[in-house]
Design a protein around this ligand. Structure first.
Ligand code: THU
Length: 133
């Protein structure tokens, strides 16, 4: 299996997901694609609201889509943003910790190359269910 090729395909799916973005306030269309253990791909886009704080980021949309469909083991999450690369926001990092702790996080945007991270790279100190023990 060619990992990089797979992730390119996953990123293509994330880019396509961004076309479904509902972002009339920011005009910033984000897409995400989650790869589950059974190799199914689940898409998500950012969905905004007139009450801004209710906005759901693309990453959380994609993860909730996977889990809602019964896929709880996540291998990778691709994040596509317009313009330049960004990292998942704090809320999304917390949800990634909960639902996709070991997943590869692949980031890309226009005129950029794929970059691969782990959630521990993005959020080195964190609060998870283990913290409750
Ligand atoms: N957004 C995402 O969907 N994911 C990110 O990683 C960064 C931010 C969305 C939220 C909002 O709809 C818009 O981008 C601007 O913040």
């Amino acid at each position: 299996m060619n990992m990089n090729l797979d992730y390119k395909e996953l990123m293509e799916a994330a880019k396509k997901a961004s076309y479904n973005s509902y972002s009339p306030y920011s005009g910033y269309a984000v897409g995400s694609a989650v790869l589950a253990e059974d190799n199914k791909i689940y898409l998500g886009a950012n969905i905004e609201n007139a009450s801004y704080g209710l906005t759901n980021c693309a990453e959380r949309s994609a993860l909730f889509n996977a889990v809602s469909n019964g896929d709880k083991k996540i291998k990778a999450l691709a994040l596509w943003t317009p313009k330049s690369d960004v990292f998942p926001c704090g809320a999304c990092c917390q949800v990634i910790l909960e639902l996709a702790l070991n997943a590869d996080i692949i980031i890309n945007s226009q005129n950029s190359v794929l970059k691969i991270f782990k959630i521990q790279d993005l959020l080195p100190h964190f609060f998870t269910k283990d913290s409750l023990k």
